[in-house]
Design a protein around this ligand. Structure first.
Ligand SMILES: Cc1cc2nc3c(=O)[nH]c(=O)nc-3n(C[C@H](O)[C@H](O)[C@H](O)COP(=O)(O)O)c2cc1C
Length: 145
């Protein structure tokens, strides 16, 4: 676990940004530092820092517009030093539940990056305040790191 975290956000309506902010607060409380990337660009994101990617899904199972250029940058990139956590926000009434987060996971592992834990998919129908669920999950992650 690096001291500095890169928090990468994929959001259309802002819910994933709230999740990212809550994760950032938790990291600060535990003595870690972080950068939140609302317009993520691989050129400004260090691959040897731990990544936390918080992304929703929109359209018919697509990544939000703001994270699509970053996803494209991951194709063929050398991610061999990447250790990442993925938090997906979605809605189980879509049969493409959390496909955006799943696409990011695939891009990371296909390009030799590592997922430090199984992705955490948050169903916003079940968790109307998704950041609460995310922080609870992340607390366990940090406790066992
Ligand atoms: C137009 C639209 C399309 C959506 N499509 C999906 C989808 O395909 N799969 C899914 O899991 N959730 C889908 N959702 C649910 C969003 O991912 C969910 O509301 C999420 O909390 C939005 O987070 P955001 O504000 O960070 O974008 C959709 C929501 C909207 C409004």
């Amino acid at each position: 676990m690096s001291k500095h975290f890169e928090i990468i956000v994929g959001t259309m309506l802002g819910a994933s940004e709230y999740v990212a902010d809550a994760i950032a607060e938790k990291l600060e409380a535990k003595g870690y530092t972080h950068t939140i990337h609302i317009e993520p660009n691989l050129d400004n994101i260090k691959t040897d820092n731990t990544w936390v990617i918080c992304t929703s899904t929109h359209g018919a199972g697509e990544l939000p517009d703001n994270i699509q250029p970053f996803a494209a940058q991951l194709v063929g990139a050398d991610l061999s030093s990447v250790n990442a956590y993925v938090i997906g926000l979605g809605d189980t009434s879509y049969d493409t539940f959390c496909f955006g987060a799943k696409e990011i996971e695939k891009l990371i592992t296909e390009n030799n990056g590592k997922l430090k834990a199984d992705a955490y998919y948050i169903d916003v129908l079940e968790h109307p305040i998704p950041e609460d669920a995310a922080v609870e999950w992340f607390d366990d992650i940090l406790a066992n790191a």
